[in-house]
Design a protein. Structure first.
Length: 142
């Protein structure tokens, strides 16, 4: 059992998009000063649900516009739940939504340093965080 000083100070709700276009999904890279990780591609577009936001899909649309400049995608359905505890002593419980875009245009915000469109077949080849892999694997045909 962790000591109290090692326990996250708060938990928050988040929304993430597994954004698919032409059988590829968008992955992002957080700058090293934000999060040190062994995975180059360590995030999906999305973020926290703000206090007072009653609709997770609206929060996701806001985050997609802020982080990647996307305002024309379809939110298909909730796909997966992920729990991430990061070094800032926050515990994020995020709903990952399956989203579809008609184009691969990305206007990256300063929150991320790079992006890549990976094919669904590359899930096993790329070092990705487990929470991203788990969600992406749900889109592969059984």
């Amino acid at each position: 059992m962790p000591e109290l000083k090692d326990v996250p100070l708060f938990a928050t709700c988040g929304v993430k998009a597994l954004l698919v276009c032409d059988h590829h999904f968008l992955v992002l890279s957080k700058p090293a000063w934000v999060e040190e990780t062994a995975c180059t591609w360590n995030d999906l577009p999305g973020g926290r649900v703000n206090y007072g936001e009653s609709c997770p899909q609206k929060a996701l649309r806001r985050e997609l516009e802020e982080e990647i400049g996307c305002n024309e995608c379809s939110i298909i359905r909730p796909l997966h739940m992920a729990t991430v505890v990061n070094g800032k002593k926050t515990h994020v419980v995020a709903t990952i939504f399956h989203c579809v875009s008609k184009n691969k245009k990305v206007a990256l915000s300063k929150e991320h340093s790079d992006y890549c469109w990976l094919s669904l077949n590359e899930i096993h080849k790329e070092p990705l965080p487990e929470w991203i892999k788990e969600a992406a694997l749900l889109l592969l045909p059984s």
